[in-house]
Design a protein around this ligand. Structure first.
Ligand SMILES: [Fe+2]
Ligand SMILES: [Fe+2]
Length: 304
């Protein structure tokens, strides 16, 4: 029997041509709209409609339509210029790209970045504001968007070329891609992880690296950041205890630490104020975990 997949209600209007099915009272699937038919968006807003499903066989096509629809929506939000909605729309895209089983959606992210940079290139204030907007997304999605906004602030402040800026931002968007494959409890827990849980958590580096390589043909610098962002130049990091790291891995590693320290909502560890988070990282610089030069460059882009 053909497999059917439930479509999220919030995304129904984004599918353009794939056929939809609904469940009859006898729990059988019946055609709701046929191939090529479009659902009238105005009708979707006004009327009640049943849970809609797509065929497993249409999955790839549906994914492509969905992600194109999300990028189109993102473009509209960017044009309207309301950063709260820009953030929400960006979070939807990141969520789709990081959903297990949807790895091919990572390939939509270059277009997403093009849209974002088309309007906000060199706009440090917009990135700062974007970072401060509260949302209801999962910790992983919020963290990913915050790390990306911080990475862009760094690139803008230090006048990175457009192509380097794109690469750093893409690495930021995907640095924790492996976390999406882990049991949610490891990410969402408000308690400190046990040793066993932490060991599992560390596998997100290698998993993310492998997923990015398998699902995209992005520059190797991007999966490398996923693999190395928890390595430290004194060899105290994981997964391999490397001392020689790619420069983007060091940069995203530093930004990632800063974002995690300032993150609101980790009950076992009170979120630090930006100044205190920088002081905490400074201690780690003195211990030899991060480069002094890189730390200074990061601090200077925050404290203007
Ligand atoms: Fe990570
Ligand atoms: Fe992270």
């Amino acid at each position: 029997m053909a497999e059917h997949l439930l479509v999220k209600k919030s995304q129904v209007s984004l599918f353009k041509t794939v056929p939809f099915y609904y469940q009859t009272q006898n729990k059988e699937y019946a055609l709701y709209k046929k191939t090529g038919d479009r659902l009238d968006e105005a009708r979707l807003e006004k009327t009640r409609y049943p849970n809609l499903y797509i065929l497993e066989a249409d999955r790839e096509k549906a994914m492509a339509e969905l992600i194109a629809g999300l990028n189109k929506d993102f473009k509209e939000k960017i044009a309207e210029g309301q950063l709260t909605e820009v953030r929400q729309s960006l979070e939807f895209i990141v969520e789709e790209a990081l959903t297990p089983g949807h790895e091919s959606n990572m390939n939509a992210l270059p277009e997403t970045l093009d849209i974002l940079l088309g309007r906000y290139h060199n706009d440090n204030a917009a990135m700062e504001y974007l970072r401060k907007i509260e949302s209801n997304s999962s910790i992983l999605i919020k963290h990913t968007v915050n790390v990306t906004a911080l990475a862009l602030q760094f690139c803008f402040f230090h006048k990175f070329s457009e192509s380097d800026t794109r690469q750093v931002a893409m690495a930021a968007l995907l640095h924790d891609a492996g976390c999406a494959q882990l049991d949610k409890i490891l990410i969402e827990t408000t308690k400190r992880l046990t040793d066993e849980q932490f060991k599992l958590y560390t596998t997100h580096t290698e998993m993310g690296h492998d997923m990015i390589i398998q699902s995209t043909d992005f520059d190797m610098a991007i999966p490398k950041v996923a693999l190395e962002h928890h390595e430290r130049i004194d060899g105290s990091g994981y997964p391999a205890g490397l001392k020689r790291l790619a420069s983007y891995s060091q940069l995203i590693g530093l930004i990632d630490s800063y974002e995690s320290l300032t993150y609101r909502g980790k009950l076992f560890r009170k979120a630090k104020k930006p100044f205190d988070a920088l002081n905490h990282i400074k201690e780690e610089v003195l211990q030899g975990k991060f480069s002094k030069e890189l730390f200074k460059r990061f601090a200077s882009c925050l404290v203007k």
